[in-house]
Design a protein around this ligand. Structure first.
Ligand code: ADP
Ligand code: MG
Length: 441
């Protein structure tokens, strides 16, 4: 008996949940859904991978089924705002999965593609509109989308939205919403700007905060393999030939590196696809689709391209190159231990990358076990690893800038949470989604 049955959802949804293969609700789901069904506003604070999408999609669908209503032309009953088109598409896919057999219309709109089909979908009106802020405002200004009859507003990834410079767009959208509505705001972190935003838009909200037990680095089985740079591709091939690797996300530092690794695997009869900023939107979506449905079990990505991609059940994350920002490591390996699954992270480290490994071990506050049991092991690098502790040992820290040395010591941070602040590194400030381009590199 699944705990989902205790959530008071209509039976058609319970069937859909079962078909989606969800056995039990995640903590944010079991805590948020009852309040949302009661019509409360909600402030949901939970990290990436904790199952926020179903936490809002299920009660929304429940409401739409129990109070059926024909949307009017150009209007929507529910608006879900999210920062990137990848996230918008994923939310759309979740809605699709849970509502496939229900008389509920939804559509997804984002920038960077033609607006014709989006306008066409809106012309009949929808029950649920998933949108990125820039394109939404475009369509509103053209009179294609109207928010007059909206009942539920969801702001997803609020911290990231503000980070990407969407605050003014968000405020513009909010100004157009009917005052009498249910509002949900989700955020991984609560910086003061988000706190401020919640004050203006939430009415007496229930606050649900989920501690990310299942997504800490401890959940991931990590190891590092020392290898000479020139042997990395051969080592990767050897590893990927093992059958227990169901779905592997391979990270390279550069776009060019991602292409070269992919070509090498393809040449060796290991189907793989690369995803990075030089690929077109449709190529990226195609690769993701093949990876998601299991036709291709290896996806090679750069950090920025991988951001926001949500694929369940990645069994392995392989760091072909170690990232020079240690936070990226935390973010990368978090891809494999989502929603309670365990995962494995395998990192290649050549001699030039040893400072990066030391930085990583410092922020995760543990040593990554070395696996010497492979044919390309090179002991040269091993001697370069003293206990990861104080001292200006890394390349990055040899020339500290005044601001950097004035910053609080890294060692005093709490143990990191996978995929938390990492998402914010290297993101261009003020980026708009008029032409959102993932610029892998
Ligand atoms: P978030 O928005 O918090 O980052 P998502 O909603 O994208 O997280 O969910 C992360 C992954 O967990 C998705 O692949 C989703 O299908 C899966 N998932 C969500 N809820 C459950 C559940 N109750 N049982 C199993 N898997 C789930
Ligand atoms: Mg999400």
């Amino acid at each position: 008996m699944s705990e989902f049955n205790q959530l008071n959802l209509v039976s058609s949804l319970r069937t859909a949940i079962q078909q989606a293969g969800f056995q039990a609700p995640t903590p944010i789901q079991s805590q948020a859904i009852p309040h949302l069904l009661d019509g409360h506003d909600l402030l949901g604070i939970a990290q990436t991978g904790t199952g926020k999408t179903a936490a809002f999609v299920l009660p929304i669908l429940n409401r739409l089924i129990s109070q059926p209503r024909r949307p009017r032309a150009g209007e929507t009953t529910v608006l879900i705002l999210t920062p990137t088109r990848e996230l918008a598409s994923q939310i759309g896919a979740t809605i699709e999965a849970f509502s496939a057999t229900l008389p509920i219309r939804h559509t997804v709109i984002f920038g960077g593609v033609g607006q014709y089909l989006q306008a066409k979908a809106m012309s009949r009106g929808v029950h649920i509109l998933v949108a990125t802020p820039g394109r939404l405002l475009d369509l509103i200004n053209q009179g294609i989308v109207r928010l007059a009859s909206l009942q539920v507003f969801v702001l997803d990834e609020a911290d990231r939205m503000l980070d990407m410079g969407f605050i003014h767009d968000i405020r513009r959208v909010i100004a157009l919403l009917p005052a009498d509505r249910q509002t949900l705001l989700f955020s991984a972190t609560m910086p003061p700007e988000v706190e401020e935003l919640t004050k203006g838009i939430l009415r007496d909200p229930v606050r649900v905060e989920v501690t990310p037990q299942s997504t800490t680095v401890e959940k991931v089985d990590q190891k590092v393999l020392f290898v000479n740079k020139e042997n990395k591709r051969a080592l990767l091939k050897k590893i990927l030939e093992q059958q227990d690797i169901q779905r592997a996300l391979v990270f390279t530092r550069t776009k060019h590196g991602a292409d070269r690794v992919t070509e090498h695997l393809e040449k060796n009869a290991i189907p793989a696809m690369a995803i990075h900023g030089n690929k077109s939107q449709s190529a990226r979506e195609k690769s993701l689709e093949l990876f998601r449905n299991g036709e291709v079990r290896v996806l090679v990505a750069t950090d920025i391209a991988a951001r926001g991609i949500d694929v369940a059940h990645i069994s392995h994350v392989i760091n072909f190159d170690l990232p020079n920002e240690p936070e990226s490591y935390v973010h990368r390996i978090g891809r494999t231990a989502r929603a309670g699954n365990d995962g494995q992270a395998i990192s290649f480290c050549d001699a030039s990358e040893s400072p990066y490994l030391r930085d990583i071990e410092r922020i995760i506050r543990q040593k990554v076990p070395v696996d010497r049991d492979h044919r390309y092991h090179c002991e040269i690098a091993a001697g370069m690893f003293p206990e990861p502790q104080r001292g200006p040992s890394s390349a990055r820290r040899q020339a500290p800038t005044p601001t950097r040395s004035a910053a609080p010591a890294k060692g005093r941070r709490p143990p990191p949470v996978v995929a938390r602040h990492a998402e914010q590194t290297a993101r261009p400030q003020g980026q708009r989604n008029k032409a959102p381009r993932v610029s892998g590199g």
